[in-house]
Ligand binder design. Structure first.
Ligand code: MN
Length: 233
């Protein structure tokens, strides 16, 4: 096949304990999946049951991933870049209308990730009912560490999710407090799109989101899965 220019290389993540890499297809993100974070963002408490989960996306090539300290560029046109620490679900198989019972069978592994957000642009978008894309899907807006395969980590349903900036604890939560659990997220998302191997799902952030500055050093982790180190440049 001849192309007019070289196709963009496949985005991929390392896998803990393996030499082969995980090729990334798409990046889906769940909004407001921890009650305390929904509250800090000004969302009303959900009095009766849960509202259905909602999703947004980032381009696959917005991902900065790997082992070691990752360099992440502070994006243009924002004065309020926020960190959101999240557990990332990496799919090794696809499907549509997948049941919650069958959903774990699609999962290849889990990673620790950051859903970086231009909070000021997002606030303006919310105000005007505009799309969120430029607040969520900008260059280098997704960060992820190496993927821990299910064979090593199982399917964690509880455990600490935390983020430190320059050594200070900023975010802390527990996977058990997710409003929509991972199998439910996969089941719901698979009614909207056909999921495919290589898809990543950012599962939402606990409370404590806040601004980052150039030079900040981030350390993050999810119990039983691993960690992440990044520097804002
Ligand atoms: Mn998020």
């Amino acid at each position: 096949m001849n192309y007019v220019f070289n196709p963009h290389p496949v985005t991929s993540l390392p896998i803990v304990g393996s030499d082969v890499r995980f090729p990334v297809r798409r990046i889906f993100c769940v909004g407001r999946n921890y009650a305390e974070h929904a509250r800090e963002m000004g969302a009303a408490d959900q009095a009766e049951g849960r509202e259905p989960p909602f999703f947004f996306t980032k381009p696959a090539d917005a991902l900065v991933g790997g082992d070691g300290e990752l360099a992440v560029k502070y994006p243009p046109l924002t004065r309020n870049l926020h960190h959101e620490i999240e557990m990332v679900v990496a799919l090794g198989a696809g499907g549509e209308n997948v049941s919650a019972e069958a959903a774990p069978g699609l999962i290849f592994g889990y990673a620790v990730g950051l859903d970086l957000t231009r909070r000021d642009i997002q606030a303006r978008a919310k105000e005007k009912s505009h799309p969120w894309d430029m607040s969520k899907g900008f260059d280098q807006s997704a960060v992820a560490g190496a993927i821990s395969p299910v064979a090593a980590s199982g399917h964690p349903t509880g455990g600490r999710v935390w983020l430190k900036v320059n050594g200070q604890l900023r975010q802390q939560g527990d996977l058990a407090d997710m409003m929509w659990k991972v199998p439910e997220i996969i089941a719901n998302l698979s009614t909207l799109v056909r999921l495919e191997p290589g898809d990543l799902i950012y599962s939402g952030t606990p409370a404590g989101v806040g601004p980052l500055l150039v030079g900040d050093v981030l350390e993050a982790g999810v119990d039983g899965i691993g960690g992440l180190r990044a520097r804002i440049t």
